[in-house]
Design a protein around this ligand. Sequence first.
Ligand SMILES: NC(=O)c1ccc[n+]([C@@H]2O[C@H](COP(=O)([O-])OP(=O)(O)OC[C@H]3O[C@@H](n4cnc5c(N)ncnc54)[C@H](O)[C@@H]3O)[C@@H](O)[C@H]2O)c1
Length: 327
Amino acid sequence: MEKEFVINEMPVGVVGLGLMGCSIVTCLLMAGHSVIAVAPLAVDLVTAEDRIRGHLLRSGREGLARENSESYLSNLRITEDYRDLAACVLVIECTLENLAIKQTVYGKIEAVIGPDVLLTSNTSAIPISILQKHTLHPGRFFGLHWAEPSHTTRFLEIICGDDSELEKAEWLYRLAHNWGKEPTLVRKDIRGFITNRLMYALYREAFYLVGNGYATIEDVDRACRNNAGYWMTLVGVFRWMDLTGVAAYHTVMKELFPTLSNSTEVPALIDEIVKAGGRGVSNTKGFYEYTPEEARLWEETFERFSYEIRELALRYPADVVKRQLPQ
Ligand SMILES: NC(=O)c1ccc[n+]([C@@H]2O[C@H](COP(=O)([O-])OP(=O)(O)OC[C@H]3O[C@@H](n4cnc5c(N)ncnc54)[C@H](O)[C@@H]3O)[C@@H](O)[C@H]2O)c1
């Protein structure tokens, strides 16, 4: 916990209350912030509070929340009025992945916040250097990239654009440790940041294997779960190579890299599914077919797992070995 922050005196704004906006609000409330949550769409006003209450209740049952849900909710104001953001020290934009929408939203936010208030976006893939060009004060603009569900995951990327001020990013980085995160700081803008660059390289190869008949979707999924799925919560790829012998990777890279997919096309398999309206578990049509009952059980199972994996990860923090050394 960073002593420089008095969390309960630092209101944070969240704009956009869909899937991620609600879990980000939950995380911030549990960390002790008061939160001004702006609902850009009327439908958010109807759904957001119940969604956030549901996350808080579950977090209470899982031992993640220290206070009861109503006490956290007393620090939440859901509003349609952007002017309520005026008192915030930080605003997190979490609207649809659409440049025009985000640009309009920044105009509304910047009309009411002071020039020192940090403005951030949870964009998955729009470069921060592009987004910040649509703001009045690009130096205070950053990517703040969360992983769903934000109130259980340890992941957070803080990303600088070309015009971002690094000291402000470092301040955000320190602040984020108060939110139960192990954040990473991306000091120079790059499309996809760290995590999407890594993950999309994996997705591309998965499509290559299936699309060319080397393996089925089920086989690729099984390989992911039982290989990387077993060690990735403990270590990242570099520590993994240290653990299992660097020289072998050096040898394999020479032979394997030239054979990996370097396709720049969207794979036909995902193209067909999306064009046919498939969204995955949420509408029961994706790479697998689901009955409504199976889809609901997958959602519940994923939620339960995200709490359990968090418990395990907390027992193995990044400095787990340093902690075992004699002081
Ligand atoms: N879903 C994920 O796992 C994930 C992970 C990382 C980052 N993100 C990013 O987070 C952002 C939000 O994603 P989400 O999954 O919460 O989406 P979502 O569809 O659940 O919610 C999007 C929200 O955008 C707002 N919105 C919709 N139309 C708008 C408009 N015309 N003007 C202003 N606001 C409008 C609404 O509040 C809506 O609830 C996106 O930029 C997405 O790329 C999502």
